[in-house]
Design a protein around this ligand. Structure first.
Ligand code: SF4
Ligand code: SF4
Ligand code: FES
Length: 226
């Protein structure tokens, strides 16, 4: 029979397989921990830190998406310290993010926007320092707007590329850190003609499908007017 261990999450005793992460056990028990970089069944990325939880005996908060469970662990997924930390992380993301939700194609499914709403994060308290990158709209099926990138690295991990070589990589450091295509070229019309995995997996409006004929121009006009 499969070995099970016992641990406590939010005051409730639960059982789990020893090869599970805290996030997986929480999900299995109906506990919603916010995540931006996590992709089920792929290696944890550990970029966003939104999945942090409190583990009794640990001096720091731990990332639940990459921390395995252990016998007798006592975990709080929504303690005041955890919520305060998640809120600061989201505020920092929004401080460098464009105020463009009203005209964003992914507004209805944007994970950053949903998490910010769940955490009741409004205007960030931090000094806004936005990224301004030109929209890359040469590709026939996808548009990249790196100003909206939340640096979750999901596209980097998910892309297998047409020839098995991933299209995206990471470059630069600190505020300039960025997901790049090739040697930091704009996404050209020939870039890829494959799976759209990056479009599906991007949690924000940074990579999206091309709109139907005429819609791109209409949206540009809206920006110019606004
Ligand atoms: S990516 Fe999300 S948060 Fe950013 S502008 Fe679009 S809807 Fe708003
Ligand atoms: S482009 Fe999208 S998927 Fe890629 S790192 Fe940025 S937000 Fe994440
Ligand atoms: S979901 Fe765990 S670090 Fe992003």
């Amino acid at each position: 029979m499969e070995k099970k261990i016992k641990l406590t999450i939010n005051g409730k005793e639960v059982s789990a397989r020893p090869d599970m992460t805290i996030l997986e056990v929480a999900k299995e028990n109906g506990i919603d921990i916010p995540t931006l970089c996590y992709i089920p069944d792929l290696s944890p990325i550990g970029a966003c830190r939104l999945c942090v939880v409190e583990v009794e005996g640990s001096r720091t908060l731990v990332g639940s998406c990459h921390t395995p469970v252990a016998e007798g662990m006592v975990i709080q997924t929504h303690s005041p310290k955890v919520i305060a930390t998640r809120r600061v992380l989201v505020e920092l993301m929004l401080a460098s993010h464009p105020d463009a939700c009203l005209v964003c194609d992914k507004a209805n499914i944007c994970e950053l926007r949903r998490i910010a709403a769940d955490l009741e994060v409004g205007l960030p308290r931090f000094r806004a320092r936005k990224h301004y990158y030109p929209v890359e709209d040469e590709h026939p099926r996808m548009v990249r707007d790196m100003s909206k990138c939340v640096q979750c690295w999901r596209c980097v991990i998910a892309c297998k590329g047409e020839s098995g070589t991933p299209l995206f990589g990471t470059a630069y450091r600190g505020f300039d850190s960025k997901v790049i295509y090739g040697f930091d070229q704009p996404l050209g019309s020939q870039a890829c003609d494959d799976c759209d995995a990056c479009v599906e997996i991007c949690p924000s409006g940074a990579i999206r499908k091309v709109r139907k004929a005429g819609e791109e121009r209409a949206n540009k006009a809206l920006f110019i007017k606004g």
